[in-house]
Design a protein around this ligand. Sequence first.
Ligand SMILES: *[C@@H]1O[C@H](CO)[C@@H](O)[C@H](O)[C@H]1NC(C)=O
Ligand SMILES: *[C@@H]1O[C@H](CO)[C@@H](O)[C@H](O)[C@H]1NC(C)=O
Ligand SMILES: *[C@@H]1O[C@H](CO)[C@@H](O)[C@H](O)[C@H]1NC(C)=O
Ligand SMILES: *[C@@H]1O[C@H](CO)[C@@H](O)[C@H](O)[C@H]1NC(C)=O
Ligand SMILES: *[C@@H]1O[C@H](CO)[C@@H](O)[C@H](O)[C@H]1NC(C)=O
Ligand SMILES: *[C@@H]1O[C@H](CO)[C@@H](O)[C@H](O)[C@H]1NC(C)=O
Ligand SMILES: CC(=O)N[C@H]1CO[C@H](CO)[C@@H](O)[C@@H]1O
Length: 418
Amino acid sequence: MQCSWKAVVLFALTSIAIQYTAIRTFTAKPLQICPIPTPLNCVLGQEAESLDHDDYPYFRYNVSRKIHILILATTRSGSSFAGQLFNQHFGIFYLFEPLYHVQTALIPRLSHSQNAADRSVMLGASRDLLRSLYNCDLYFLESYIKPMPTNHSTDDLFRRGASRALCSLPVCDAFLPSDADINEGDCVKKCGSLNLTVASEACRERRHVAIKTVRIPEVEDLQGLVEDPRMNLKIIQLVRDPRGILASRTETFRDTYHLWRIWRATGQRPSNLDLSQLTTVCEDFFNSVTMGLSQPSWLRGKYMLVRYEDLALNPLQKTREIYDFLGTPMDKNVVDWIQNNTRGSNKLSAKHKFGTVRDSAANAEHWRLNLSYDIVDYTQTVCQNILQDLGYKLANSSEELKNMSVTLIEDKMFVPFL
Ligand SMILES: *[C@@H]1O[C@H](CO)[C@@H](O)[C@H](O)[C@H]1NC(C)=O
Ligand SMILES: *[C@@H]1O[C@H](CO)[C@@H](O)[C@H](O)[C@H]1NC(C)=O
Ligand SMILES: *[C@@H]1O[C@H](CO)[C@@H](O)[C@H](O)[C@H]1NC(C)=O
Ligand SMILES: *[C@@H]1O[C@H](CO)[C@@H](O)[C@H](O)[C@H]1NC(C)=O
Ligand SMILES: *[C@@H]1O[C@H](CO)[C@@H](O)[C@H](O)[C@H]1NC(C)=O
Ligand SMILES: *[C@@H]1O[C@H](CO)[C@@H](O)[C@H](O)[C@H]1NC(C)=O
Ligand SMILES: CC(=O)N[C@H]1CO[C@H](CO)[C@@H](O)[C@@H]1O
């Protein structure tokens, strides 16, 4: 199927007029427009090749097959690791948790807010921001960054250094293109302020855009974006054994999870324990996974469920499957990065709170040594459905829990719905 460029321009112009008020974000260059609701099939006609690109900015980028990737995850589910599989790809513009700014600007204390109205405001703003970012409009972030950027320039983008595209040319000239794995701290130190104009340009130059977030609870929250024909959005939902998530959070967020630590230390469940810290994970997983695996037509070709444990145990193969699903080749730098940072590597140096550099395989079931059987038993009770659906075995006794020669991870295939 082909689109004539005239049709594209015409559609672009009418569409802007009609949709301007509906979609505020869609103001700059309508890069992703295609009159047929399947941009995947929309190849620019031959006429397009003779166009002067400066006069027709719509065609400046080969966007007809641009893929927008969302890594849908939760904190301590291995999302930094999963994000790197995209961050390290030279053709992908990767952003690490841009929705952090929406959350801190709108609902600074969201983690304590179970309020449905707060949640829906946050989700609406998040979707708007995602839409803009996938269109490479980074200015849209400015409304949320504190302090507000001046002259489209900021020092305060959250975890800027976690996005290699924001640490390399043309955005930052402190490193050589041959510097494969740029350290996050070095990037922040050496790159100076982030020029959002240049960053937006850099985004347009890349083939695809990937965004990682732990701030969208469920896949259904993304239905509007998935159904938007301009988006070509593909969701990689990353899940992890909730027992592993709980163990990891308890180690990492010592203050927020200190009552869980007390439980672990004393064997007594504190009466004021915030159970939602656990149940929210399991409910969100359950709702998303139930939705994803029920294969609603809006998710056809757009949803892949990935267990962190499979990624950790078999990173290269699983990453290949993910790129197969996305329909784009994985590049050599991704392969190199995996080899440098997973099992078999002896270059495990940097270890920090959110770091990804560690032995991923050894890590996958490490939580079993880290939680008491009491807590595990309780978790298995409240999260029973999702443990079963995702193929995580129950430990029926403290002995089973601690016997690492028996895995709790079942072999289970989650074939993407194509
Ligand atoms: C656009 O992308 C397609 C698919 O990857 C490729 O075959 C084609 O050569 C590209 N066109 C241009 C002008 O870059
Ligand atoms: C923004 O740019 C203007 C014009 O170049 C300059 O006068 C002003 O000082 C800049 N503001 C900041 C905060 O850098
Ligand atoms: C950001 O980059 C643009 C384009 O190169 C340039 O015109 C602008 O002056 C830069 N802004 C700042 C604050 O340096
Ligand atoms: C992998 O490690 C080698 C040797 O230390 C290094 O030269 C290369 O840049 C690394 N590549 C990536 C992608 O981390
Ligand atoms: C615990 O019991 C359940 C139900 O009998 C069983 O399916 C599961 O395999 C047991 N777990 C282990 C680790 O053997
Ligand atoms: C661990 O499980 C294996 C396999 O079932 C068994 O042979 C072994 O005795 C168990 N070890 C302990 C310490 O229970
Ligand atoms: C009780 C227990 O085993 N705690 C360990 C949990 O894991 C961390 C490191 O991830 C160790 O430092 C703790 O000693």
